[in-house]
Design a protein around this ligand. Structure first.
Ligand SMILES: Cc1cc2nc3c(=O)[nH]c(=O)nc-3n(C[C@H](O)[C@H](O)[C@H](O)COP(=O)(O)O)c2cc1C
Length: 408
């Protein structure tokens, strides 16, 4: 029942449920026990007033009764991945946010995402030891028709970094530096349109008609059978399959009739760009493409087959070599940090993980193979694929035809 993936299978994310006058649950804080699919009451108090204070009087906390807090337990991942674990903790958490989002709407809830909160107050409310575990995201399970005007993401202070922190200490330092104490408005910064900034080649249009996934019947079975594919055959995907996955990931409004949320909440998707390397997709030339979320089209940025390069870039993983299409999520880090301070880093990685979960679910629904990849050579990936150097790759998701393996 591993409904969302986790880098290295280390599961650093915890889920707490806060109930306040919610029918069927005594007021208090519960920890969700994934293995037994149950709740453990860990505090009997009604902590809504603390939550309200910590979220700077967020209207959805004011009128809500049921809230989720997702936390990261740092050492579960950092013993293995050291400081880079921070990315994977946030990506993993983003995958879970994707699942929460997908199942909320059919369960008559709108998942209202809250990223701007006073960290210290939230961590204190949950009685967390901040050296071990801290809050990453809050969700109000609100009424389905809710349209939240409150910004999902708030900035943290941008402090000049004048100390050289030793390796192994940077994860906690970065997280602590990204904390918010007081409400600060999001500065009105325009992130320039990437297509205006860079001259990509002409457009390759994708299908007009969205694929019929029939989510009203298939969503839960698909989530429950999701697994990361351990080996691909190397065989081709079709252009229609790729298009269906991209549509489901970036155009949720197309699946409203299936009962899904037409506008799931992200921290700030304007920070995240998408590039797709095509190794073997029927109907598409091999190469690296920019994908326009707005326009539903691809623009080729480099013309060649990247199998060997991606094998190398993904630290020699077969998955990268045999994948038919590889999706790269990127962001302009300096601009993002200018907008949100150090906190940008967590927002970007959680949003990339959230998109990654939608890619996973769409691929599994189509009986295709899929796996996230968090280990890659950051300094060479842009140069090799032709992704503009301002755009740092934050996450890779591989797609292909699954090979039959015993562990599947
Ligand atoms: C952020 C992230 C990074 C990952 N990186 C890799 C990777 O580099 N190589 C790989 O084979 N699998 C990778 N995975 C897949 C995990 O190994 C997989 O999710 C985990 O073993 C649990 O298996 P399951 O997804 O089938 O439930 C990654 C998953 C996530 C969420």
């Amino acid at each position: 029942m591993r409904s969302s993936p986790s880098a290295g299978g280390l599961y650093p994310t915890e889920i707490y449920i806060l109930a306040s006058n919610y029918k069927g649950l005594e007021d208090g804080i519960y920890n969700y026990q994934a293995q037994k699919h149950g709740l453990v009451l860990i505090q009997k108090n009604n902590v809504k007033s603390k939550l309200l204070e910590a979220t700077f009087n967020h209207p959805e906390i004011e009128c809500g009764n049921l809230f989720l807090i997702l936390t990261g337990v740092f050492f579960r991942s950092s013993w293995r991945y050291q400081d880079r674990a921070y990315r994977r903790i946030c990506l993993d958490t983003g995958h879970i946010l994707g699942n929460i989002d997908l199942v909320s709407f059919p369960s008559n809830f709108k998942a209202v995402l809250i990223g701007g909160f006073n960290d210290k107050l939230i961590n204190e409310t949950l009685c967390l030891d901040e050296d071990e575990e801290q809050a990453l995201a809050i969700i109000s399970l609100s009424k389905k028709e809710t349209i939240s005007e409150f910004p999902c993401a708030l900035p943290s202070k941008l402090e000049p970094q004048n100390t050289k922190t030793p390796e192994g200490m940077r994860l906690l330092q970065l997280h602590n530096r990204s904390k918010i104490e007081n409400y600060v408005k999001v500065p009105n910064i325009n992130i320039p349109d990437i297509e205006e900034k860079f001259k990509f080649s002409s457009k390759t249009l994708l299908e007009e008609e969205p694929h019929s996934f029939q989510w009203n019947k298939t969503l839960l079975p698909t989530i429950l059978k999701r697994r990361s594919t351990r080996a691909f055959t190397g065989g081709p995907l079709t252009k229609e399959e790729l298009n269906a996955i991209l549509d489901f990931t970036y155009h949720p409004e197309l699946f409203y009739a299936d009962g899904l949320d037409p506008s799931p909440m992200y921290f700030d998707l304007s920070l995240v760009e998408t590039f797709v390397a095509i190794n073997d997709v029927d109907g598409l030339e091999d190469g690296c493409y920019y994908y326009s979320k707005k326009g539903r089209y691809l623009r080729q940025v480099r013309f060649k087959n990247f199998r060997d390069d991606i094998y190398y870039l993904c630290l020699g993983q077969e998955l990268g070599y045999k994948a038919s299409a590889i999706i790269f999520h990127t962001c302009d880090l300096p601009k993002s940090i200018f907008k949100y301070g150090e906190r940008a880093y967590r927002y970007i990685h959680m949003d990339a993980g959230h998109l990654g979960q939608r890619i996973n679910i769409a691929a599994i629904n189509l009986n295709l193979g899929v796996s996230g990849i968090g280990g890659f050579f950051d300094d060479t990936v842009n140069d090799v694929l032709g992704i503009p150097e301002d755009e740092a790759v934050v996450y890779i998701t591989t797609l292909g035809i699954p090979a039959k393996t015993i562990s599947q």
